[in-house]
Design a binder for this molecule. Structure first.
Ligand code: AGP
Length: 612
């Protein structure tokens, strides 16, 4: 999940590379480095720690040159220290080669042994360093870096997104992709390469997403792509669909808070152009399936990881309720190896904000291998999953930078609500019932604004949670996935252990955990199961367990039973998950803030898990 940025053009490379790394730092942040071509030598600077540590070292020792590469690391081999930071270098003097890499070289040990046997001395414990030495040994006098890289790649087993420079080839950046994302930015008189388009957006909106097996050579005025089997490639040029300032932090304290507060617009953007009020339904442009084909679907499988899996679980309840279709939700890491017995009337959706999650990509490829129509619900245009799917639905949520996913969850649940409506109206869902869903969805942005306005009460509840060692999150029906999501938010940014459960499960074990030090967070808006949930709250109260409750405005009974009552507007059940999740996102955010945690870059995690 590392961040890669490369640049070649008329400007000094270092400032551009550093600005790009700052935008990608959410992808991995235990060390960072740059290598620029400064005449006939490499200028190499790399440091353990955040990008700002590297910036400080560059102030003291600038790296000159208008061509270079850079990297921010999420460690896979070897601890976070200066030596293991990228770029890694092979060779000497004008023939030296600098490499930055995202992925895992699975045969690195054998390659390292072979190199050490011929006298190569390694400086780091990383798998990446073998690539630098192999290319340097291929790069003889007068040789071309692009050709040298193409000769080395077949010897690598595993995954890579690479960028390579050498003083031997001034002004050239060579990139190669297999299993880890790489995108090329096509500027005027300059070219960039990065592991994520957000690093490119300030320079150009014209991008070319590299595909597996492709190698690119960039110079300031030109670029060339070659596939290792198919030879020269004319790439598809995409236009980024968001402006660079959308990825800026602005006046917000953290990206996560910014993205939580963007959610009214997120829901609007996910709906834009898709609601068909006159027919009481929703429509999508990219499913690439006719109504007749969708009518024949007898089962839906939703496959994802993490927060996207929780959104998929909300989708299960919605599609079953509105379309009477059986739905299974699968963890991608399980589905890809489980060989699940699916018949030929099964439609598979994979959900991924980044569109690069390795397990989800693997599940997509497995589903296609078995002949199922496989669609993607993604946020990043042109991402690997979006490109390889048979069709799909974009979230249009704009860049999500905070490692803890928030607005992407809301966009995914919104899209799944529209999908459930669409599938339902192809079946038995009546026009009035469909129209009621359209009305409910259209009311969500304003309702979300009211939820966000209740932040002061959520901060009070956070002050209560900050000292907890363990927290239970409980919800019934559509709110069980919301409970899981609330627990994940809290644990991944505040490091407090938290578990989500179906409320009814409390008495089958978790109730044993309840004591005055173990708070329970109930998601209990008014609805068909409200009364049952109140009795569960009583059971916790009877054991002196602190209670925080998300409930419908005016629910005095629930408020009376709660130490902290977090109100949400009274809305139809089908859209309540979109409202109920926001107090939980803010709760996790403020607990982490009170604990002084690094909210946008929580320890051990990365934004896009592109390794298995
Ligand atoms: C959620 O807050 C986490 N960052 C993580 O669980 C994430 O949802 C998961 O890795 C899936 O990412 P994706 O949606 O980009 O595939």
């Amino acid at each position: 999940m590392c961040g890669i940025v490369g640049y070649t053009g008329p400007h000094e490379a270092s400032p551009i590379l550093l600005a790009g790394l700052r935008r990608l730092e959410y992808r991995g942040y235990d060390s960072a480095g740059v290598a620029t071509l400064d005449g006939d030598r490499l200028a190499l600077r790399k440091k353990a720690g955040r990008v700002r540590v590297l910036e400080e070292s560059l102030l003291e020792q600038p790296a000159r040159g208008s061509c270079g590469i850079s990297h921010t690391r999420w460690a896979t081999h070897g601890p976070a220290n200066d030596r293991n930071a990228h770029p890694h270098v092979g060779g000497e003097g004008p023939g030296s080669v600098a490499v930055v890499h995202n992925g895992v070289i699975e045969n690195h040990a054998a390659l390292r042994q072979g190199l050490e046997a011929v006298g190569v001395e390694f400086r780091s414990q990383t798998d990446t360093e073998v690539i630098a030495h192999l290319i340097a040994r291929e790069l003889g006098d007068g040789d071309d870096l692009f050709d040298a890289v193409n000769r080395v790649l077949p010897r690598l087993e595993g995954t890579y997104g690479l960028a390579v420079v050498s003083p031997r080839c001034p002004g050239q950046v060579v990139g190669a992709k297999l299993g880890s994302p790489l995108v090329v930015g096509l500027g005027e008189g300059e070219h960039l390469i990065a592991s994520d388009p957000s690093a490119i957006a300030p320079h150009t909106a014209r991008v070319a997403f590299l595909q597996d097996g492709e190698v690119v050579r960039l110079t300031p005025d030109d670029f060339e792509i070659r596939h290792r089997e198919r030879g020269p490639i004319t790439p598809r040029i995409d236009r980024l669909d968001w402006s660079p300032d959308l990825a800026e932090l602005g006046a917000h304290a953290h990206y996560m808070l910014k993205e939580i507060r963007e959610q009214p617009d997120t829901v609007r953007d996910a709906c834009r152009g898709r609601l068909r009020r006159g027919e009481g339904t929703a429509a999508f442009g990219g499913l690439n399936m006719t109504p007749r084909q969708l009518r024949r679907v007898r089962r839906v499988v939703l496959v994802a990881c993490g927060t996207s899996w929780h959104a998929a679980l909300v989708g299960e309840y919605l599609i079953e309720r509105l379309a009477s279709l059986p739905v299974e939700v699968e963890y991608a890491g399980e589905f890809r190896y489980r060989n699940a017995p699916l018949d030929d009337r099964t439609l598979v959706f994979v959900l991924s904000q980044s569109g690069e999650t390795a397990d989800t990509l693997g599940a997509l490829r497995e589903s296609k291998r078995r002949g199922h129509p496989t669609l993607a619900i993604c946020n990043v245009v042109g991402s690997t999953i979006a490109r390889e799917a048979d069709g799909g639905i974009y979230l249009h949520a704009g860049p999500e930078v905070g490692v803890a996913s928030t607005k992407a969850f809301s966009a995914q649940v919104t899209v799944l609500t529209l999908l459930a409506l669409h599938l339902g109206r192809l079946r038995q869902l009546s026009f009035p019932d469909g129209l009621a869903v359209v009305d409910a969805i259209e009311g969500v942005p304003d309702a979300l604004a009211r939820v966000l306005a209740a932040e002061p009460r959520i901060i009070e509840a956070a002050e209560r949670l900050a000292a907890a060692r363990s927290v239970l999150f409980l919800g019934r029906d559509l709110h069980f996935p919301v409970a899981l999501e609330g627990a994940l938010k809290l644990k991944e940014i505040s490091y407090i252990h938290a578990e989500g459960y179906p409320t009814a499960e409390m008495k089958h074990g978790p109730l044993a955990l309840i004591d005055p030090e173990t708070p329970s967070v109930f998601i209990a808006p008014r609805g068909s199961l409200h009364a049952k949930t109140l009795s569960n709250v009583e059971e916790v109260r009877a054991r002196m367990g602190p209670v925080i409750a998300v409930g419908t405005e005016g629910d005095e009974e629930l408020a009376r039973l709660s130490d902290h009552f977090l109100p949400i507007p009274d809305m139809p059940e089908v859209v309540q998950p979109l409202l109920a999740v926001v107090p939980l996102q803010l709760l996790a955010y403020h607990v982490a803030r009170l604990k002084g945690c690094d909210i946008d870059k929580p320890r051990n995690l990365a934004k896009s898990v592109t390794v298995e």
